[in-house]
Design a protein around this ligand. Structure first.
Ligand code: ATP
Ligand code: MG
Length: 291
């Protein structure tokens, strides 16, 4: 069964696309079959995956509005090892055109359920708003991964998003949950970042990933080459952070799967699970460097 995550935060520029592309590439590097879905008309995840958004034959627009089969839209990221449903500015029209269509909130979910490839992970990169495209992502997903910067207004934004998740789970998608909260562009020298991070953990406990993504210039450079950072500079702190995040997510799910199989052993929590070298590095020092 696929794990389907909407990577969402209505606040702009918090690292949604960076997380989508780099988590997809890191999971693919760990031999998982991954599909990345770009539902943002900005098409940043498409470009960051090495696909030119202005040359698309078809896109998520066709999937949502024309109900074109998934296979006709799927492309392969040339260097990153995952499949992509690409998007561009055409998708702006979909927001309006969907309004008078049948099953407008379910169209992405219906399309993904037709996927003939057994994907382990499907990641959906959302736009910075709570519009019909984001609703489609939240209806299709089983979990929401929320990237956030640890700054003053971040917690306020998080409560708005939590309310939306609750509203969607109360009506359109009863099994939707917050999968995890990811601290991005983290600067440990900044006292406010530390305070907000502490408050996050007080409120959300283990929902907050242990992995912290540091501010790292390689992460910002990689998209201009159409590459995930693990291909662009695999030894950079940004690359190590996203590899660590992929490892943390895989461990969480293997713990859940083991618990579901009811082996008779008490399930480990994600914080109790064994950590790899990357986790340990980030436990000590979330990173300040440029590489
Ligand atoms: P939008 O809301 O516009 O879709 P977003 O939430 O998808 O934005 P990104 O596009 O991933 O955010 O990131 C915003 C900018 O910050 C980009 O220029 C990106 O390269 C840069 N960036 C993201 N994460 C990091 C990081 N950890 N270190 C340095 N720069 C980063
Ligand atoms: Mg984005």
């Amino acid at each position: 069964m696929s794990h389907i995550f909407a990577i969402a935060n209505q606040k702009g520029g918090v690292g949604k696309t960076t997380t989508s592309v780099n988590l997809a590439a890191s999971l693919a590097r760990m031999n998982k079959k991954v599909l990345l879905v770009d539902v943002d008309p900005q098409g940043n995840a498409t470009m960051g995956s090495g696909i030119e958004k202005n040359d698309l034959q078809s896109s998520v627009y066709d999937l949502l509005v024309e109900q074109t089969p998934l296979l006709q839209i799927t492309v392969k990221s040339p260097d990153a090892g995952f499949d992509l449903l690409p998007a561009n500015g055409d998708l702006t029209a979909a927001e309006v055109e969907l309004l008078d269509k049948d099953g407008r909130e379910h169209r992405l979910r219906d399309s993904l359920s037709q996927a003939s490839t057994p994907y382990d992970y499907i990641l959906i990169d959302c736009p910075p708003s709570l519009n019909m495209l984001t609703i489609n992502a939240l209806v299709a997903a089983d979990g929401v991964l929320i990237p956030m910067q640890c700054e003053y207004y971040a917690l306020e934004g998080l409560s708005a998003l939590s309310q939306t998740v609750q509203a969607v789970s109360g009506s359109l998608n009863p099994t939707l949950k917050i999968e995890g909260i990811l601290r991005t562009m983290y600067d440990p020298r900044n006292k406010l970042s530390q305070e907000v991070s502490d408050q996050l953990i007080d409120h959300f406990g283990e929902t907050v990933y242990r992995t912290i993504v540091p501010r790292n210039v390689r992460l910002a450079e990689a998209p201009s080459f159409g590459l995930p950072v693990i291909v662009y500079d695999k030894t950079s702190r940004g690359a190590l952070a996203y590899i660590a995040l992929a490892g943390e997510i895989l461990r969480r799910h293997s713990v859940e799967d083991n618990a579901a199989e009811d082996t008779g052993n008490s399930p480990q929590t994600s914080t109790g699970a064994a950590h790899n070298q990357y986790d340990n590095e980030f436990d000590q020092d979330p990173g300040l460097g440029n590489s």
